[in-house]
Write a protein that binds this ligand. Structure first.
Ligand code: ASP
Length: 597
C-alpha cells in the first residue's frame, strides 16, 4: 500500500510515530510561515503541518497544493500544542508534521465545494459529478452504513439457515403492478426479455425446489411514472421460507430489524415490540395503510351525525353511501384564516372538493357552553350547535381545538385526511425525528377495485393466499376477500411487504380469473408457476423489504437519491452517463428494432 494508515484512524496513541498517508487536500491554510492542510480519505480528516524550517522541500511543494489534489505524505504524529486542539474533528487531538510529500495527482477546481457540507449544491450538478459528490463525508458515511446494513442482513440470515441465491435479470414479465422494462432479443428477433419487477415467481419456484429458506439482495425494475421518491430500479431484501405461517415471517423480520437497528444505529429510539394493526383498523383510525404512529390524531367516523344533518355536503355524501370522517387537532382552534385556507388548499390538491373545518375558540369555557361566537367554520350556518358539539366530542376536540372533516368516496376522503394528519403532525412537531415506530399492518384485502378501468386489481400481487374465513367470496364478492398479506411500515413509510402464498394450481387460476386474465394470458404468462404447483409445492411465504427506504430511515436522509451511489433523477435520467441514450443505427438493425416517430 502507498499508505501505512488512514487519515481518520489517527489518534493520541500514535504520538511520535512516523506514518504515511494518502488522500485528498480537503482544505489548505497558509499562515505565512506554516502551511496547514486537512487531508481527507474515506475514514476521515487529519491536519498536516508543513514547516519550512523542518522540511523545506515538502513546504515548497505544499505552496502549490489546491483543493482535491491527491497527495502522499509522510511525517510524524504529534499531540497538538495546548490550546490548538480541535474537538470538532475526530483526529483533533493530534496533527502530522510533514517530512516528505509526493503529488499523486492534481485536480481541476471542482464545480462545487466538497469541503463545505452545509453548502446547498444543485442536485443535477451533484449527479453530473457524482464521483465528486460521493467524496463528501456525509455521502461516504451513508454508503458505509448501507454496506453495514446489507452485511448485517447477510450474516443474520446465514446464521438462520438461509441460502442467498441469485435469480436472473433477463427474464419474462413478473408483474408487480408496474410496467416492465423490456430488452429486445438479438437472437430471437421480435421477442423480448423483461427485467424482473421482483423475483416473486422465482423465489416461489425455489421453494418448490426444496431450497427451504432463500434470500437475495435483489434489484427490481419498474417502469412507473416518475415520482419524487421513486427510482426505475430499487434494491430489496427478498426473502421466502417454506413450511411457515404468517407469524413466522413477521417474527423473523421483527428480530432482524430490531437487532440490526440496535447494533448499527443505537442512537435511534426504536419502539419495541412492533405494533400490529389490521388493514381495516389502520384505515379507520389513521385513514391510511401506512400510518405514522409517532403521534395520535386519530380519525372518527361521523357518517351517522352527517346523515341526520341539514348540511347538504354531509347529508348527501352519507346518502350516497360515502363516508364523513374527521379528526381533532389540539390547540389549532386559534389558527388564522390564512392557515385554515392552506389546509383547504392541501385537501384540494389531494382530490377533495373541499374541507370542512370547525375551529373552536379557546375562550369557550367548555363544549356545553359553546355559543355561535366560539365557532369558525364554513359550515357554521348549516350545522346546529348541538351537531357541532356532537362532532367535536366525537373527534375529541374541545375549546381551543380544531376539527378537520372530509366527506366523499372512501378512497378520496382517506387520502385527504391522511395527508392532513401528516401535515398537522409536521406543523405541530408531534413526531420525534429520532424515534422509529414500526408496525405490521396485516389482513390486507386481496383485491382492490380499479375505478378507471372497471376491474379488480391485486392489492399487492396475485400470489397471496386468501384467508379461510373469506375465501368463499372469491367469485361472488372479491372486495371482501382478505389475504394473509402484510406490510411493515415505519414512521408513515412502507418498508416491506409480503404474504403467505397460494400453492395450488386451481386456487391460483381462480384468482387470475377474478383479475380478468383470459385462459390464454394465464397460460402464456404464468404456466411455469402453475405447472410447478402440481409437483408438491410446500406451504410457503415471504416478504420483500426495501433497502433504499431502510437506509433512508436509518440515516434520516429525506431523499432516496442520497442513499444510492449512482441514482437516477426524478425524471429517470442518469445525468452522469446521460442514460437513456440513443444507440447506433447498426445496433437497432441487429435487433431488428425500428423507431417510429
Ligand atoms: N414480491 C413482492 C414485492 O416485490 C414482495 C413479496 O410478496 O414477497 O413487493
Amino acid at each position: 500500500m502507498l499508505r501505512t494508515i488512514h487519515c481518520g484512524d489517527l489518534g493520541r496513541e500514535r504520538d511520535g510515530q512516523r506514518v504515511t498517508l494518502c488522500g485528498w487536500v480537503h482544505s489548505r491554510r497558509d499562515h505565512g510561515g506554516l502551511i496547514f492542510i486537512d487531508l481527507r480519505d474515506r475514514r476521515g480528516l487529519v491536519q498536516v503541518v508543513f514547516n519550512p524550517e523542518l522540511a523545506p522541500d515538502a513546504h515548497a511543494a505544499a505552496e502549490r497544493f489546491r483543493s482535491e489534489w491527491v497527495i502522499q505524505v509522510s511525517g510524524d504524529v504529534r499531540v497538538r500544542p495546548e490550546g490548538t486542539l480541535n474537538p470538532a474533528l475526530d483526529t483533533g487531538e493530534i496533527e502530522v508534521a510533514a517530512a516528505d510529500v509526493t503529488v499523486l495527482n492534481e485536480s481541476k477546481t471542482p464545480p462545487f465545494e466538497i469541503a463545505d457540507e452545509d453548502l446547498e449544491v444543485d442536485e443535477l450538478l451533484r449527479m453530473k459529478f457524482r464521483y465528486l459528490d460521493l467524496r463528501r463525508p456525509k455521502m461516504q458515511q451513508t454508503l458505509t452504513l448501507r454496506h453495514k446494513v446489507v452485511k448485517y442482513i447477510r450474516d443474520f440470515l446465514d446464521e438462520r439457515g438461509f441460502l442467498e441465491i441469485e435469480t436472473p435479470i433477463l427474464i419474462k414479465s413478473t408483474p408487480e403492478g408496474a410496467r416492465d422494462y423490456l430488452v429486445p432479443s438479438r437472437l430471437y428477433p421480435g421477442r423480448f426479455y423483461a427485467l424482473p419487477q421482483s423475483p416473486q415467481q422465482l423465489k416461489q419456484l425455489l421453494m418448490v425446489a426444496g431450497m427451504d429458506k432463500y434470500f437475495q439482495i435483489a434489484r427490481c425494475f419498474r417502469d412507473e411514472d416518475p415520482r419524487a421518491d421513486r427510482q426505475p430500479e430499487h434494491t430489496q431484501l427478498d426473502l421466502e421460507m417454506s413450511f411457515v405461517e404468517q407469524d413466522d415471517v413477521l417474527e423473523l423480520i421483527e428480530e432482524l430489524y430490531t437487532s440490526m437497528i440496535e447494533t448499527l444505529t443505537p442512537e435511534k429510539r426504536l419502539v419495541k415490540p412492533f405494533t400490529r394493526l389490521t388493514y381495516r383498523e389502520a384505515m379507520d383510525r389513521f385513514a391510511t395503510d401506512k400510518p405514522d404512529l409517532r403521534f395520535d390524531l386519530e380519525m372518527a367516523d361521523l357518517t351517522d351525525i352527517a346523515a341526520a344533518s341539514q348540511f347538504r355536503v354531509f347529508s348527501s355524501a352519507a346518502s350516497r353511501g360515502e363516508i364523513v370522517k374527521g379528526f381533532g387537532v389540539p390547540g389549532a382552534g386559534s389558527y388564522a384564516r390564512r392557515q385554515l385556507d392552506e389546509l383547504v388548499e392541501l385537501a384540494k390538491t389531494r382530490g377533495a372538493q373541499g374541507l370542512v373545518y370547525i375551529a373552536l375558540d379557546p375562550s369557550a369555557p367548555s363544549l356545553d357552553d359553546l355559543t355561535a361566537d366560539h365557532v369558525r367554520s364554513p359550515a357554521a350556518r348549516f350545522l346546529s350547535l348541538d351537531e357541532i358539539r356532537a362532532i367535536a366530542a366525537r373527534v375529541d376536540a374541545g375549546p381551543g381545538d380544531l376539527a378537520l372533516i372530509a366527506a366523499g368516496p372512501p378512497k378520496t376522503a382517506n387520502v385527504v385526511l391522511s395527508a392532513l394528519r401528516g401535515e398537522m403532525g409536521r406543523r405541530l412537531k408531534l413526531a420525534d425525528p429520532d424515534e422509529l415506530r414500526f408496525a405490521f399492518v396485516v389482513d390486507f384485502p386481496l383485491f382492490e377495485w380499479n375505478e378507471d378501468e372497471a376491474r379488480w386489481d391485486a392489492m399487492h400481487h396475485a400470489f397471496s393466499m386468501p384467508n379461510d374465513a373469506t375465501i368463499k367470496y372469491l367469485e361472488s364478492d372479491p372486495g371482501k376477500v382478505i389475504a394473509n398479506l402484510y406490510d411493515l411500515v415505519c414512521n408513515g413509510e412502507e418498508c416491506a411487504s409480503g404474504s403467505v402464498r397460494v400453492r395450488s394450481r386451481s386456487l391460483q387460476e381462480r384468482i387470475f380469473e377474478v383479475l380478468g386474465y383470459s385462459k390464454e394470458q394465464v397460460g402464456q404468462r404464468f404456466s411455469q408457476i402453475l405447472d410447478a404447483f402440481e409437483y408438491g409445492a410446500p406451504p410457503h411465504g415471504g416478504i420483500a423489504s426495501g433497502i433504499d427506504r431502510l437506509v433512508m430511515i436509518l440515516t434520516g436522509a429525506d431523499n432516496i437519491r442520497d442513499v444510492i451511489a449512482f441514482p437516477k433523477t426524478q425524471n429517470a435520467i442518469d445525468p452522469l452517463f446521460e442514460a437513456p441514450d440513443h444507440v447506433e443505427e447498426s445496433q437497432l438493425k441487429e435487433l431488428r428494432v425500428s423507431i417510429s416517430e
